[in-house]
Ligand binder design. Structure first.
Ligand SMILES: [Zn+2]
Length: 257
């Protein structure tokens, strides 16, 4: 019944802003806090560096740049180069076909781009480990790291490059993508906008409150939460929202049927 309501909202919307968080990433195959599978996939990293999850490993400063890049390279190969979209990702793609959309996500493996979404309609708020930035602390631009070997160096200052993620204090968000998202929001203030929240949790608060405030601010905007309960939403948002309190994979499956 409610899924029918959600389908109708999606069909009727002029545009859709997807917020995809950590639990979307899990539904798509990357659980950065999963110790059991990390131990099976990367037993040598557990042994050598005492790291137990992808999240743990990303936070760990390894003794040398070659070791650092060797580890990053494996994650990038496993989760980005050899990426296969999940059913959830394919169902989302189907859902957005023909729609004006924008995706704001904390999922950092280039998965949306790899699944065929338009890279100009994606803002990776926590960066993207298939891109790299200068480690000097100065913003010397972003480059793809997919074709590099060994330890890449900055073309401007010759410092080592690092994956573009907020692992240090000098993380610069992708300002171009941020600007494109702002334009998408501004252009659609008076349109029938639907915000589709998919698996956003406390690991990316940027994707919750600021977006909820926009929906409360603009009369024609509506909100669907896949995996939050109604009482987890701000009171004023509840009347403009459908909250499914299920998991992302199940939510997208139901919607695609
Ligand atoms: Zn540099």
């Amino acid at each position: 019944m409610d899924f029918e309501k959600a389908k109708k909202l999606i069909n009727d919307a002029d545009c859709i802003l997807v917020t995809a968080g950590n639990k979307f990433a899990i539904a798509d195959g990357l659980d950065m806090l999963d110790e059991a599978s990390f131990k099976v996939q990367y037993p040598d990293l557990v042994e050598k560096y005492d790291v137990h999850t992808i999240g743990d490993a990303l936070d760990k400063k390894l003794p040398s740049w070659p070791e650092q890049w060797a580890m990053w390279r494996r994650f990038i190969d496993d989760y980005s180069v050899n990426y296969q979209p999940s059913d959830a990702m394919l169902q989302l793609k189907q859902l957005l076909t023909g729609k004006d959309y924008f995706i704001a996500t904390s999922y950092f493996t280039h998965a949306f781009e790899n699944a065929g979404f338009d890279h100009k309609k994606i803002f990776n708020i926590f960066g993207d480990w298939t891109t790299m930035a200068c480690s000097s602390g100065v913003n010397h631009g972003l480059k793809s790291d997919l074709a590099i070997q060994g330890v890449p160096k900055c073309e401007i200052c010759n410092s080592e490059m690092e994956i573009h993620m907020p692992l240090t204090e000098h993380f610069y968000p992708d300002t171009d993508a941020n600007t494109r998202m702002r334009i998408f929001i501004t252009n659609n203030e008076d349109k029938k906008m639907l915000v589709l929240e998919l698996g956003v949790d406390e690991t990316s608060p940027q994707l919750l409150d600021p977006i909820a405030h926009l929906v409360m601010q603009f009369d024609s905007w509506k909100y669907i939460a896949a995996d939050l309960a109604s009482d987890e939403l701000p009171e004023k948002l509840q009347e403009k929202a459908l909250a499914f309190n299920t998991n992302v994979a199940n939510f997208l499956k139901e919607l695609s049927e």
